[in-house]
Design a protein. Structure first.
Length: 458
């Protein structure tokens, strides 16, 4: 394989990739409103020579190259979050900007740059004869990830009936190759009270007061240590072999779980009344060894939840928001943890490609100080946030590995940017991977996988 030719081709497409990304940024594409961006991606796939381009029932765009039995897939979610407070932006988030090195705009890093690099990586594969005879390349532009990570791949796996040999997630990796991340789930706590006139609050039962006690325990769960003096043992306990004997080393690799309150709701007859209900949403990040049911029971066992047990309900959210196509594909809001073995063949294919073209250290010179610092981390690492890998590998055990343009620190932030150098490097690595992949063999590549729940969809 001529690695210099691959690098040269990728560099030669820098202007095309920049134009493509700026086109995508200019089309607002929040979750469930991605049609414009999906159709723009389909047009680019057809322009660069994909053998087949289709849009499935959920609205994901699927681009195919090659005709082999083994599918190697490159996934990029193409929906974005909103822009938040417009006053926090120094430039128009959709018009964006570019310099010699940067591209600014909502979705630059998270994560429309990924679809740009993968489309042009596939173009280079085809032009240079880098698709093995037994391989088909699939590039997916997937929807609704920001709303419900992995839902798109539940649909692709279960309804489109596609099971790749492995998947490269093109989420931003700060120049690294990522082999896993923590999982997450969305938990709701509902508290019942009894209303009365606010002039005599003793006649009622204030749900907000009860919730205030519960929230202090939730905060303790996130912040406490795990020593004997802690009535509420903190989530740091999962890094301790005494509490997590089977998976503490994996938990140390991923980092501890976290929990935070993300939303609060209430009902009350008026501002002159005692609140008769209160509910909160909890964002729960899960490390190795934690399961959906252990996280639910952990909240149920908090002292204040047990104190008010008859008036408290702890549950997991369901997701049922329609896609841009109108399809409603329901799922539970549980997103499993996963880690690959560092020695897994699909991980090593990316490592070999990177080393051949760019060496053994992360490359790129981002202007963001936080992103620049991250480039000093080991080449093989993990994400802090979660990705569609929660379904690809977490639910279904399809090998997954991450390498994508941009920086995690730019995700969901105002003044989001990415780097042209990243687009080029990722396209080059993507192009080389299929020829370097040695096959999965009989060994299970999973080091840890959270798996599905046994819940019925309700």
């Amino acid at each position: 394989m001529n690695f210099d030719a691959i690098k040269s081709a990728a560099k030669g497409y820098e202007a095309d990739m920049t134009k493509f990304l700026r086109n995508l940024i200019a089309i607002p594409s929040e979750s469930c409103e991605e049609e414009g961006v999906i159709r723009r991606i389909a047009a680019e796939m057809e322009k660069v020579g994909f053998d087949k381009v289709e849009i499935d029932g959920e609205g994901n765009v699927l681009g195919w190259m090659g005709h082999g039995e083994k599918i190697i897939a490159y996934d990029a979610h193409i929906d974005t979050v909103g822009i938040g407070n417009r006053k926090n932006w120094k430039f128009d988030p959709y018009e964006g900007y570019e310099t010699d090195t940067e591209i600014g705009g909502r979705g630059g890093s998270d994560q429309e740059g990924g679809i740009v690099s993968s489309v042009y990586g596939a173009k280079i594969m085809k032009e240079q004869g880098l698709i093995p005879d037994d391989v088909t390349i699939l590039v997916t532009g997937t929807v609704q990830e920001e709303d419900c990570d992995g839902l798109c791949w539940q649909y692709i796996h279960n309804e489109d009936k596609i099971t790749p040999e492995f998947v490269v997630s093109t989420e931003p990796t700060d120049g690294g190759i990522y082999r896993g991340h923590r999982g997450r789930m969305e938990i709701r706590v509902d508290v019942h009270g009894v209303s009365c006139h606010g002039s005599a609050p003793e006649r009622g039962d204030n749900a907000i007061f009860k919730m205030a006690d519960i929230l202090q325990d939730v905060r303790a769960l996130n912040e406490n240590g795990d020593g004997p003096s802690n009535e509420v043992k903190g989530l740091v306990k999962m890094l301790n072999p005494a509490f997590n004997p089977e998976h503490y080393e994996d938990a140390q690799f991923l980092g501890r779980g976290t929990v935070t309150v993300s939303q609060i709701f209430y009902t009350s007859p008026s501002r002159c009344a005692v609140a008769d209900s209160c509910a909160v949403s909890l964002d729960r990040r899960m490390t190795a060894g934690e399961t959906w049911d252990s996280c639910i029971k952990e909240i149920e066992n908090l002292p204040s939840v047990k104190k008010y047990a008859k008036d408290v309900k702890v549950s997991m959210y369901m997701y049922d928001r329609p896609a841009w196509t109108g399809l409603k594909y329901e799922t539970e809001c549980y997103f499993p943890t996963w880690i690959n073995k560092e020695t897994a063949p699909h991980v090593q294919a990316l490592v070999d490609a990177h080393k051949a073209m760019f060496g053994e250290r992360r490359v790129g010179r981002p202007s963001s100080s936080e992103a620049a610092e991250k480039r000093k981390a080991p080449l093989i690492d993990k994400w802090t946030f979660s990705t569609n890998g929660v379904s690809i590998q977490g639910r279904y055990g399809i090998p997954c590995v991450g390498f994508g343009p941009g920086a995690e620190s730019q995700a969901h932030a105002p003044n989001e940017i990415t780097w042209k150098e990243d687009l080029v490097e990722c396209a080059a690595v993507y192009a080389a991977v299929p020829s370097l992949y040695k096959g999965k063999g009989s060994e299970d590549v999973c080091e840890y996988r959270g798996g599905k729940t046994n819940n019925d969809i309700k």
